[in-house]
Design a protein around this ligand. Structure first.
Ligand SMILES: Cc1cc2nc3c(=O)[nH]c(=O)nc-3n(C[C@H](O)[C@H](O)[C@H](O)COP(=O)(O)O)c2cc1C
Length: 351
């Protein structure tokens, strides 16, 4: 009998469990990525705010800890503009892409923007390419460009978000594309994993849950805040980067609510305001004035624990759900054929 939790994503990425730790700038460095990969998921280095040399060091760190596959997430959102800030921004992204290709990192993920132009080169080097999308249009475009899988992330999630909620987004993307879909946004435990599979996804992309881990590169105050707040403790604002970002509601978000007309377009707001505020919050631990991206799943997170435990607990919880259901379908002829092969096949055996 097939194992429901062994999906195409596990085969594509060569991982044991369909759990991907989301790329998170300044939070997901080598230590977190290595711990998740070593535990059987896919650990991902979030390269945002790193220099090329820092990224190279983090990649080497992961390789010194584990020989399992891992990824690098790059915000591909290059900008048009001849001004020095835009040109510096584009140069920095270019150098992160270059390092990731040179190092032949097993999985390259575009967190924002379009990796076209890099996909063929990555494939030549034996790398898998995945892209984060927030709607069907983006998913179709990126699949046409040749990405191997898409990560559909709903607006419940932390960090940059689209407008569609996870529950509605995932089945729409699953119906539209033929590559594996990974679900993100608001998922923080085994119930979320099973729900994502039921919607047709083949894995989950969890960010906020992994902030509250021992290995996350985040100030203790930030981790504590994730545990402290409930599901209403976050807000979506352009004040961090110029694009919508979900983050913890605090004095920073309240002040920029009053000054919303002053917010500059991406990436100017990021480079002139957001980068400093991000360091203040995530690294220096000023949880009142800094930028602290987090999703609505914060309300589900009650502890800070090792990343490997997050992976194991998620699988344990998913198993419990599958066992509890025992997946007995209606036998009545009138509803029997309604699901067809297209939907979740409950005949698998849990771990
Ligand atoms: C602290 C933080 C930083 C993030 N930074 C990035 C980033 O640099 N690149 C990216 O693609 N996504 C980034 N994201 C979004 C995540 O990759 C992911 O889509 C999101 O966390 C999933 O939803 P969840 O937080 O509900 O698990 C970030 C999210 C958080 C919480």
């Amino acid at each position: 009998m097939p194992n429901i939790l062994k999906t195409r994503i596990c085969s594509l990425l060569n991982i044991e469990f369909p759990i991907l730790q989301a790329g998170m700038g300044q939070v997901a460095r080598g230590r977190l990525a290595a711990a998740v990969s070593q535990a059987g998921g896919l650990g991902v280095i979030g390269s945002a705010y790193m220099t090329a040399e820092e990224l190279r060091r983090e990649i080497h760190y992961v390789r010194s800890v584990t020989d399992k596959p891992f990824g690098v997430d790059i915000l591909f959102g290059k900008v048009n503009g001849e001004d020095p800030v835009s040109m510096r921004y584009n140069r920095e992204i270019e150098s992160l892409i270059q390092v990731t290709l040179e190092e032949r990192v097993p999985v390259l993920i575009s967190g924002l923007g379009n990796p076209v132009g890099v996909i063929a080169e990555a494939h030549k080097r034996g790398m898998v390419v995945m892209s984060v999308v927030g709607n069907v249009r983006q998913a179709l475009k990126l699949v046409r460009e040749g990405v191997d899988a898409v990560i559909a992330s709903g607006c419940e999630g932390g960090g940059h978000v689209g407008r569609i909620g996870t529950m509605a987004l995932i089945p729409q993307v699953v119906d539209a594309v033929d590559v594996p879909v990974v679900a993100g946004g608001g998922l923080a435990d085994g119930r979320g994993l099973v729900a994502a599979l039921a919607l047709g996804a083949e894995g989950i992309w969890m960010g906020t849950r992994f902030i509250a881990t021992e290995e996350a590169f985040a100030h203790q105050n930030y981790k504590n805040k994730i545990v402290e707040i409930d599901g209403e403790g976050t807000v979506v604002t352009r004040a961090h980067s110029g694009k919508p970002v979900r983050m913890i509601r605090n004095r920073f978000t309240e002040e920029w609510e009053r000054r919303s007309s002053e917010i500059q377009p991406y990436p100017l707001q990021l480079m002139n305001v957001g980068e400093r505020a991000a360091i203040l919050g995530r690294v220096e631990g000023d949880v009142d004035h800094g930028v602290l991206p987090a999703g609505q799943s914060s309300g589900l997170i009650g502890d800070i624990k090792p990343a490997a435990e997050v992976v194991r607990d998620t699988i344990r919880e998913a198993n419990a759900v599958l066992r509890r259901w025992q997946c007995v379908p209606f036998e009545d002829e009138s509803v029997r054929s309604a699901g067809d092969q297209k939907f979740f096949d409950c005949s698998g055996e849990p771990f």
